[in-house]
Ligand binder design. Structure first.
Ligand SMILES: [Zn+2]
Length: 151
């Protein structure tokens, strides 16, 4: 249960913010989740709501945004998205793919592997780095203050 351990990390951070700001609680938390992070956003949201009720005494409103993956060639500096990379993977792993068929490949299960399989679409270099779209972080929070005002 990857999502639950992430959720507990998020709620611990929220608790720390409440203590530091001497707020009554957290009204809303906005998270960014990378396209490659393989996190089930619904499970994560439910887990944060459940844990925040236990730890903070109220159900926090959870907003989750997705960050699209970006890949970068370290040789020529060309940046491209996961869709472009996936087209290349299809040609490597599923050259005979019929329209409408799913391409089964290792990246489907472990998206972080994408940089080890593909080459730069512009210069052909294998030196590819993932520059966006992995991990998860807190973008902003809305605090519950004494008079119930927003911040
Ligand atoms: Zn390149």
């Amino acid at each position: 249960m990857h999502e639950w351990s992430l959720a507990s990390g998020v709620v611990l951070t929220l608790k720390k913010i409440v203590d530091e700001k001497k707020a009554k609680g957290i009204r809303e938390v906005r998270l960014v989740v990378g396209e490659l992070s393989q996190i089930d956003k619904d499970i994560l949201r439910d887990a944060i709501i459940t844990l925040s009720e236990e730890e903070l005494g109220n159900k926090v409103n959870v907003v989750i945004e997705e960050e699209k993956a970006r890949l970068k060639c370290n040789t020529c500096g060309y940046e491209f998205g996961f869709t472009e990379a996936f087209e290349q993977l299809k040609r490597i792993f599923c050259p005979d793919l019929k329209p409408g068929e799913e391409c089964e490949n290792p990246v489907h299960y472990v998206p972080e592997l994408v940089s080890t399989y593909i080459r730069c679409p512009r210069c052909g270099s294998p030196d590819i780095e993932i520059v966006a779209g992995r991990g998860i972080w807190i973008k902003s929070v809305v605090l519950e203050l004494e008079e119930g005002e927003k911040q």
